[in-house]
Design a protein around this ligand. Structure first.
Ligand code: SF4
Length: 264
């Protein structure tokens, strides 16, 4: 986890869970898996256990230590709603997000039914918090589009879609209740191709629906060469954000103590 991220649509990453298992087409070239497995067996490395799922309670309080507002991608190296993460631990993670309300948190999952069910029950206490953004990944029609419906059924104030890696033409999208859409192509060796027509279709639908549209990348084997322009435009649209004041150090220290699982 890091307070600087190379991901174009966020500032920082926070991984209170590490590791995951692949569940759909979008996972086929999971960068988190490739990265984590590189360090399997390296003593003392955060990914000594490779991509095996692991809770990281010692990192729970991390966002509370950051004294300037950030956009934080939660679990860039995992999926918070993975079946191996206990409900109570997910509740703990969300309680930290709720307390650290001077940040904006981006929670993204492919386990959309579990996210929906928990937002309707044990996470209902935070579903309406505008600084916690709930999102689903959408890569294709068969596996991705149903996740949009699950997200729409969740009682969240802020919902977003990460349509990456976009693998096919998605056709008409139901954008009701969706506040932000990110689109990107796959990158790295053997990246699956992205067609401009698929991206144009989503951009046009977002424009018609008044939904901010962020085009992250064309991707490909060398993503730095393909860039992120669509028909001569860079789409960098973000939803408007209300930033809460950062509490003074004493208040933050008290919160850190409250949520820390390791002695200071
Ligand atoms: S759900 Fe996300 S983190 Fe998990 S394997 Fe798939 S792409 Fe990787």
């Amino acid at each position: 986890m890091s307070d600087k991220s190379k991901i174009e649509w966020t500032d920082a990453t926070w991984n209170p869970v590490r590791g995951c298992t692949q569940i759909s087409s979008g996972c086929a070239r999971c960068y988190a898996k490739t990265f984590s497995e590189r360090f399997r067996g390296v003593p003392g490395h955060p990914f000594e256990q490779g991509f095996d799922l692991r809770l990281v309670p010692e990192k729970l309080a991390l966002p509370l230590t950051w004294g300037t507002s950030r956009m934080i991608f939660v679990n860039s190296m995992s999926d918070l709603f993975h079946e191996g993460v206990p409900d109570d631990y997910i509740v703990d993670v969300v309680r930290v997000m709720q307390a650290a309300n001077w940040h904006t948190f981006q929670v993204l999952t492919k386990r959309s039914t579990r996210m929906r069910d928990l937002l309707q029950s044990k996470l209902a206490f935070a579903a309406q918090d505008p600084h916690i953004w709930w999102g689903v990944s959408v890569e294709n029609k068969r596996q991705g589009l149903p996740r949009i419906q699950h997200l729409q059924a969740a009682p969240a104030t802020f919902r977003f879609l990460s349509i990456e890696p976009l693998l096919e033409e998605l056709g008409p999208l139901n954008l009701k209740g969706i506040s932000w859409v990110i689109v990107g192509g796959e990158s790295g060796p053997k990246a699956r191709p992205l067609e401009a027509a698929w991206v144009r279709s989503i951009q046009a639908q977002c424009q018609d629906a008044g939904v901010p549209f962020f085009f992250k990348q064309w991707g490909g084997v060398q993503k730095s060469k393909t860039g992120r322009e669509l028909d001569g435009n860079v789409y960098d649209q973000f939803p408007s954000i209300i930033i809460q004041p950062v509490p003074n150090k004493a208040k933050r220290q008290a919160l850190i103590r409250q949520f820390s699982t390791t002695p200071e």
